[in-house]
Structures are given as C-alpha cells and as structure tokens.
Design a protein around this ligand. Structure first.
Ligand code: F6P
Length: 360
C-alpha cells in the first residue's frame, strides 16, 4: 500500500474529523502512505470528484470541529445510483465506474467511515475486490458489533444539557415538558440522556408505551408536590398496539415525516392530565458541535486502528470497540442487525428502580 483514500458517508456525527485526523497522522507517520480525502462520500467517487491530498499541515485544527471536512451525503449509492435520462429517473449500477476511478487514481485502499447504510455499500465493494476497512459512525449507537460508536457521547451530552435547561423552566411554570430526541429505531439516546438529565418519563421504541401509565406518573408527581415533569421521547417510540410515527425521510413511496411522536405524546398528556404542556424537538442540534473528550479519543483510536487493519491486510473488516480494546470484525457481520435496548436489561431496570417511568 502506498496511497489510501478516506471518505465519510451518511449522516454526520461529532468525531468524524478526529477519525480523519487519526487516519492521516497514523498513515503518514507509521506507514509513510499518502492519504487522500474523497469529497461527499461514495457520490464523490461516482462523479469523479477531485481527491485532495491530506497532510498533517492541511488538517491542522480539525480535532475539535463537528461535521466532516470532507462533506457527506445520504444519496449516491453507486450500486443503485439514480440518474436522469431523457427526463426520466433511472437506477444504474455505477460500481464498476468507481472501481475504475480508484484504479486510475492509483488508490490502493480505502477507509470508509459510515453507519449501516454506508458500511453496507463498503461491504459490496469489498466483495468486488476493493481493499477497504470500515469505521462505524452514528449518534444512534445502534451498531451491534461495537460497544459504542463515536458521536453518541456528544449527542447524549447535548441532550443532557438541554434537559438541564428544560428542567428549570418546567419547574418555574409548573409545566410538563416533552423533549423528542433522535435515535432512529433504537432508544439509546433517549434512555441514556434521560437518565443523565433526570427525566421523569422515558419512552423508547423497544418498549411500546401506555399513555395512561405516563399520565398517572405525572399526576402522582403533582400530588406529591412536584408540579412539573420532564418526558423524554425517542423519535421511534410508539404506543402499545400503535404505529411508529418515525420513518426515514428517504424511504421510497413514503411521505416525509412531518412533526414527530413528541407532539402526539404532548397533546395526549395535555388532554388527559389537563396540565400545561410544551414540546421541544431537539433535532439536528444532537448531530452538531464539538465532540466530547470521550468521542475524540474513541474516534482517534478508530482512525489509528483502521490504518493498522489496512496494513495487516484485514480488508473487508470494520474496527469496533470491545471494551477496553479496539478490535476488527467482518463488515458483513457488523451490518447484519441493529443493536437495540434490552427492555429487561440493567440500564432499563436501573432507570425504573429510581422511579423513572418507561410507560409500561
Ligand atoms: O442516524 C442518525 C440520525 O441523526 C437519526 O438519529 C435521525 O433519525 C436521522 O439521522 C436524521 O436524518 P436526516 O439528517 O437525514 O434528517
């Protein structure tokens, strides 16, 4: 290996730049490789964007920066690439073009940083013979193969800070404040930020909720003198027997999501308890900003481990945290299923033991 390229795909997460920095520094210092950055994920390779050489000098200062200096996109799966021909949308397999482009540029190997979607694409390229290593990324922390993904700690820190702030205003006004947080189909962000932020109710996709149980918790608190409550709702939460309101924006044939489950829960609480309710949707605040120290360290370790994995010929693998070690697993295994909260696990039990209602 002489030349490697690095790309970031899918939604961003705080710590991406720390991984890039780790790859560049370790690639140059340990192996004397030249490292190139691909703009906008796989899309950049499909459209033949110019790759920029990354050096210790031009990446200076990126460690504390949120987002990705390389850019990213949710579009541009080379295996199902949407092109417009004669005014019509057609889906084309552009993967051979990507392989050809990498050959022309004499890129020997790739580091692909992404969530399950991007890593799935990486796996297909690996099966086509592209030498690559994956780095798991998502604020949702829903990848089974790794104890933690970078970005998650920053997301729950942001959500916890929001909960602290919402507490003071909820208490002053004797209100119920519902805060909707991200997490897709998993409740990690809601559960962990809810515990850290002293929530009274936490609703997660893994435990369908009973709104009457939620309301009796709030009414009980009122009677005991706590005339305010904080309810954390994961965007994927759903009532018992009901539908999940949350859906991915880019799912074909489905309407984009408008308003979330937070509003539905807020309205029902207002109706049943008669209390004054406000709803906050935290949204992309959870994805932005400077990574926490934890995420910077994890991201740096992932970057270094990805470079080592390439050097050791562990292509088609993904780096992961198996506390306290960084290890590698085949990408194919890693993207198979999502990591969900165990409804009867220690974390949920601890929350319930201190009186937090999970709505069941
Ligand atoms: O997967 C990360 C995530 O932030 C989810 O928590 C959220 O549902 C989704 O991405 C939002 O995606 P977009 O940025 O496309 O709105």
């Amino acid at each position: 290996i002489k030349k490697i390229a690095i790309l970031t795909g899918g939604g961003d997460a705080p710590g991406l730049n720390a991984v890039i920095r780790g790859v560049v520094k370790a690639g140059i210092r340990k192996y004397n490789w030249r490292v190139y950055g691909v703009p906008d994920g796989f899309e950049g390779l499909v459209i033949g964007s110019e790759l920029q050489e990354l050096t210790e000098y031009n990446i200076r200062g990126i460690l504390p920066l949120g987002g990705t200096i390389l850019g990213t996109t949710n579009k541009g799966n080379p295996f199902e690439y949407v092109v417009i021909e004669n005014g019509k949308e057609i889906v084309k397999d552009m993967s051979d073009k990507v392989v050809e482009y990498l050959n022309i540029l004499e890129i020997d190997a790739l580091v692909v940083i992404g969530g399950d979607g991007t890593l799935g694409i990486a796996n297909k390229f690996s099966e086509k013979g592209v030498k690559l290593v994956g780095v798991p990324k998502t604020i949702d922390n829903d990848l089974k193969a790794t104890d933690y993904t970078f970005g998650f700690n920053t997301a729950i820190t942001t959500a916890t800070e929001a909960l602290d702030k919402l507490h003071t205003t909820a208490q002053s006004h004797h209100r119920v404040i519902v805060i909707e947080v991200m997490g897709r189909y998993a409740g990690w962000i809601a559960l962990e930020s809810g515990i850290a932020g002293g929530a009274d109710v936490i609703l997660i996709p893994e435990i369908p909720f009973d709104i009457n149980k939620v309301c009796s918790k709030i009414i009980r608190r009122n009677k005991l003198g706590s005339k305010f409550s904080i309810v954390v709702v994961a965007e994927g939460a759903k009532p018992i027997g009901g539908e999940m309101v949350f859906q991915e924006k880019n799912v074909k044939g489905k309407a984009p999501r408008l308003g979330g489950i937070g509003y539905v829960v807020g309205e029902q609480i207002q109706k049943i308890t008669g209390m004054d309710v406000r709803v906050t949707v935290l949204g992309h605040l959870q994805r932005g900003g400077s990574p926490t120290a934890y995420d910077r360290i994890l991201a740096t370790r992932f970057g270094v481990a990805a470079v080592d994995a390439l050097a050791q010929g562990k292509f088609g693998h993904m780096v992961c945290l198996r506390t306290p070690k960084i290890e590698v697993v085949p990408i194919k295994e890693a993207v198979k299923d999502l990591k969900k909260v165990d409804p009867n696990g220690q974390l949920v039990k601890a929350a319930e033991a201190i009186g937090i209602s999970l709505g069941r």
